[in-house]
Write a protein of this length. Structure first.
Lengths: 232, 232
DNA sequence: ACCCGTCTTAATCTTTCATTAATCTTTTTG
DNA sequence: CAAAAAGATTAATGAAAGATTAAGACGGGT
């Protein structure tokens, strides 16, 4: 269920800081999802939409910078800011060059963090309720979720609502299986024989729309679901 | 005539820092106007338009905070950021509560400043407002919102209030979806079956008025709303 | 009271889109 | 390898949304 609260994604491996911030931000009226590494973060981004991501730079497995790059690929217009103990100038510049909207040095003052988050959000284009606009890069295509446009080579095609929603699900789980069940529950809220048939029709249509770039395809996993595969 | 350079207003009483920054920013391709106090700053704002103001907090006569308040009164949507040696938490919060887009603590690193300026500018809501704030360019047409005139080729047509308001909404969200709901709430304050029908009638009328330029059109997104599309 | 310009309502026609159906192809499994 | 299940593809259908045109209502100004 959607609320009109601002949704924040906090990616912080340290337990103490992560807990402190998620509690504090929650108390300040934000909806906070706290995850502890980049993989989880990407999974979350695939599943739901956020207004802003807060990324720790120093993390095991995938650092904040690498994560930011992946975010740019998956959810083109999700703004993000960095938290870091590393205040080396070169890092600050790298952060901004990746498209960060802010770069905060630890120790973090929670009140200042809230002030900065609000400053950032107030500068964002006000989003229509319900139509939270996320864009996705899909090979040489770009999906403009807000305007329901599939852009290719300076040209575009307007998608229907269902087509858009389906492609958004696939694109946000790029190279990962989306089960029938999951898709059907998200799009139809139900999972029966007929919806399943309907899904097939939409898959065919999307394949058709996407055929100009042969580095991407929608694969079927028999009896399981679909994968939007993109060769990098 | 306007240039396409970003125009910065730097308000800094210290000679050495002011000189350093204005030189550096100028070198980086910005158009910089450096003034040394709030009075001068307000005079400049009255005379020309800026994209961003950079305010020192500690200044004689009028401090940065007071200046920011005056700026909000004069040029409502001029974004500003603070430079300051005072990094007291209460000051930082005050800065943001005044509407600052950023708050930088001295010593300033010039490269970081540039990175932050660019981050801010890239996140600004692109406003298609003309000089007056009520004038819009729509392909080869021009909408004079104040006088409710739609100008084309030295000729014009007077629009009704509703027509003007609707076209203003569409024009200020050029190439972006305006949902039914949004439009209806803005124009009718309500969203029911009949208003929706009424909206269709106005859309038809606007399409008719705008048909002389085929690089623009009002697109429908089924079940969602309308987009004023302008080919570049 | 009566225009006149403006907005709303109504009536009618057109288009769009999700669904269903029908048919063909591929994959799995015994 | 053959039958059954799952998937792919194309086309048909009907309901809802949108477009268009015309007629009615409303309100300010003279």
């Amino acid at each position: 269920m959607k609320t009109n609260k601002t949704r924040l994604l906090l990616v912080e491996d340290e337990d103490s800081l992560g807990y402190l911030l998620s509690e504090y931000l929650g108390m300040k009226g934000f909806m906070v999802k706290w995850v502890k590494d980049g993989e989880e973060a990407l999974a979350e981004i695939g599943q739901s939409t956020f207004d802003l991501a807060i990324l720790d730079v120093m993390m095991p497995k995938m650092d904040g910078f690498a994560l930011a790059e992946r975010i740019r690929l998956n959810a083109v217009d999700l703004p993000f800011l960095f938290l870091t103990a590393r205040s080396l100038k070169v890092d600050v510049l790298k952060g901004f060059s990746l498209g960060a909207v802010d770069y905060l040095k630890k120790p973090i003052d929670e009140e200042e963090l809230v002030a900065r988050i609000n400053a950032i959000l107030s500068r964002l284009v006000p989003k229509d309720l319900g139509a939270s606009g996320t864009s996705f890069r899909i090979g040489r295509y770009e999906l403009d979720g807000k305007n329901q446009k599939l852009i290719f080579n300076n040209d575009y095609r307007t998608l229907t609502t269902r087509e858009t929603e389906l492609l958004k699900i696939l694109a946000s789980n790029k190279n990962n299986l989306c089960t029938h069940k999951n898709i059907l529950l998200q799009l139809w809220g139900d999972n029966d024989y007929f919806n399943r048939k309907s899904l097939n029709v939409f898959i065919t249509r999307l394949r058709n729309y996407l055929k100009a770039d042969d580095t991407i395809k929608i694969e079927n996993v028999h009896g399981k679901g679909f994968i939007l595969r993109v060769k990098e």
